[in-house]
Design a protein around this ligand. Structure first.
Ligand code: ZN
Ligand code: ZN
Length: 590
């Protein structure tokens, strides 16, 4: 009897201990992974000190990495070690937040390996070598006393001649476009050493000897930058590489940079289809609005010509230059009230958006943008910077105001602020992850902002009709379609130029005639596509994936689908690639 109860007790104890052990092992997967990713981020900064400084981690501010075989070997070793460490974790045992962090780290490491071993931009892109903006950041951001920043500046400058020497020895058959860009940008950046630096010295408390040493070293740095550009100008480049990436590299870069559930080619075909759909809808609206704006005048028979005339006419409705900032600020509370009224997504009232005039260092970039504090700057504010057009000449201002006319300005606010980038950011900050803060997926971030533009109009948003509006006006829709056509055609352009040998002439036709852009905007886009790859795809790809996911969930959940819940759940995963959010949301909705 006694013995039995002891055995019984022992059994209970044993089973209790087993559960306790099981619980700690279960928790320890995440605990181990949390420890790993904290460590990994610190190792990352040691390998990429420039990147570290740019996100507000200033321990390595005095370091400039010489881009030679040695540093590339170090980078590859870091990738290999990281990928080996990841293998020690079982993804399925991790929390949702850690699952997505795992994927982001893995993608970063594989992408860096691929960059060195396959893409090899360090050989053909001379514009990849430029120290100026990172030195400008050290002077422009007052994260530390100016004396301390200048001392790091001084130490870091010492490596500049070796940096450009290594750059020159890496370069082999560079593209003509990246060579020209490298010359332009490096020469343009010299002002950091010749203007910004003397200004900063004027504000510092270093003694004269120290200041003189800094000035002398800056001269050597400038000479090294000029020597690099002279070397590029004189480079005998008989077999320049094409700036077009080619399909094989493009597909891989798309997979690493966008991390989409679709291939680049699938997204390209979706974009072509979407362009046709947009044209059809735009023509319908144009036909409907024609009598209102042109009374008896006959409508051009060519569809695109008719649409363009309507767009040009509607674009004349715009605010005046001196009320540009006020107009943007006035829209924010209307957007908020509308969203609340329609129950579209919860907006945290304790995190109001701080609207401010664009600070001086951003001047010249009109429009609006969000600045958020870096992952290491916990007390920083998030601002909505609204640009001013003061000092612009009349013609330039008029063309800009037509571009950001009455209708487009509202869409810009949705995209940048509420419920676009700003709202996404507030949600992302609720589950803080250092990994998502530094490796956040751009296609998800931009895709969300582009998705909300359409979502708001679908729910009836129209600034002219107040917060109870149920249907956006046809004018609003037409201008929205024109705006949406831009990101759609960005994708078509990027893919066609890099994998299908699209000519500049055809590119201009796509942008100007088919997407209704101004010649100057289209020229700028051509320049951008000839020195970047894949970047232009992120808007349309992210938007398409989010929209498709919503459709899929609507079908799956039937009457239990709720738009507000969808938005809040989607954003709760942070800035993770949509394909992983999709996986988690679909398995959750079972
Ligand atoms: Zn005007
Ligand atoms: Zn954006």
């Amino acid at each position: 009897m006694k013995r039995n109860s002891i055995i019984f007790l022992a059994l209970i104890l044993l089973s209790y201990m087993n559960t306790a052990i099981a619980k700690t092992t279960g928790a320890s997967d995440d605990a181990r992974f949390n420890a790993f990713k904290e460590r990994w981020a610190l190792d990352l900064w040691a390998v990429y000190p420039g990147w570290a400084s740019s996100v507000g981690y200033h321990k390595y501010d005095s370091k400039l990495v010489i881009p030679d075989d040695k540093s590339r070997a170090r980078e590859l070793a870091f990738c290999k070690t990281g990928l080996d460490s990841l293998k020690k974790f079982t993804i399925s045992a991790l929390s949702d937040a850690n699952k997505t962090d795992y994927h982001l780290i893995e993608n970063q490491l594989k992408s860096a390996e691929w960059g060195i071993q396959q893409q090899k931009a360090y050989q053909w892109d001379p514009s990849g070598y430029n120290v100026c903006s990172s030195f400008a950041d050290m002077l422009g951001n007052d994260y530390a006393p100016v004396d301390e920043r200048l001392r790091n500046f001084y130490i870091r400058m010492d490596a500049i001649p070796a940096y450009y020497k290594a750059a020159a020895s890496n370069i082999k058959d560079p593209t003509a476009e990246h060579t020209a860009l490298a010359i332009e940008q490096n020469l343009g950046g010299i002002s950091v050493f010749e203007q910004d630096l003397p200004e900063a010295l004027g504000k510092c408390h270093l003694d004269k000897a120290e200041q003189d040493a800094i000035t002398a070293r800056a001269k050597v740095a400038v000479a090294a930058i000029k020597a690099y550009t002279e070397w590029l100008k004189g480079l005998k480049n008989d077999h320049p590489r094409s700036f077009r990436l080619g399909k094989e590299l493009y597909d891989a870069k798309f997979a690493y940079d966008i991390q989409s559930g679709y291939t680049a080619e699938e997204i390209y075909h979706k974009a072509l289809q979407h362009k046709d759909d947009l044209h059809k809808q735009m023509y319908e609206i144009t036909t409907q609005l024609w009598p209102k704006y042109f009374s008896a005048a006959p409508m051009p028979t060519d569809h695109l010509t008719a649409i363009r005339q309507m767009i040009d006419t509607l674009s004349r409705k715009h605010v005046e230059a001196d009320s540009f900032q006020a107009a943007i600020s006035a829209q924010i509370p209307v957007l908020e009230a509308f969203i609340k009224n329609k129950d579209l997504i919860y907006i945290d009232p304790s995190k109001p958006l701080v609207v401010r005039k664009e600070p001086a260092y951003m001047a010249g970039v009109a429009g609006a943008s969000i600045t958020s504090p870096g992952p290491y700057d916990k007390n920083g504010n998030t601002y909505y910077n609204v640009g001013s057009l003061s000092g612009w000449d009349k013609q330039k201002a008029e063309s800009y105001l037509r571009e950001y006319n009455h209708y487009i300005l509202q869409i810009l606010n949705i995209h940048e602020a509420i419920p676009g980038h700003y709202t996404q950011l507030v949600y992302a900050n609720r589950s803080p992850s250092i990994i998502k803060a530094i490796l956040g997926n751009n296609a998800m971030i931009e895709g969300w902002a582009v998705y909300t533009e359409r979502m708001m109009l679908e729910n009836g948003y129209d600034g002219d009709q107040g917060i109870n509006s149920t249907h956006a006006s046809p004018e609003m829709w037409l201008m929205y379609y024109k705006w949406n056509l831009r990101s759609t055609c960005n994708t078509i352009l990027d893919y066609s130029v890099h994998t299908k040998n699209m000519s500049k002439e055809d590119a201009m036709d796509l942008l100007v005639r088919q997407a209704f852009q101004q010649q100057a905007e289209a020229e700028g886009k051509w320049k951008r596509v000839s020195v970047t790859q894949v970047q232009l795809d992120c808007y349309f790809t992210g938007y398409t994936e989010i929209y498709d996911l919503r459709q899929q969930l609507k079908v799956k959940m039937g009457s239990s689908f709720n738009l507000k819940q969808f938005h809040e759940k989607f954003l709760s995963y942070g800035s993770a690639p949509v394909k992983y959010i999709k996986e988690l949301m679909l398995s959750d909705s079972k």
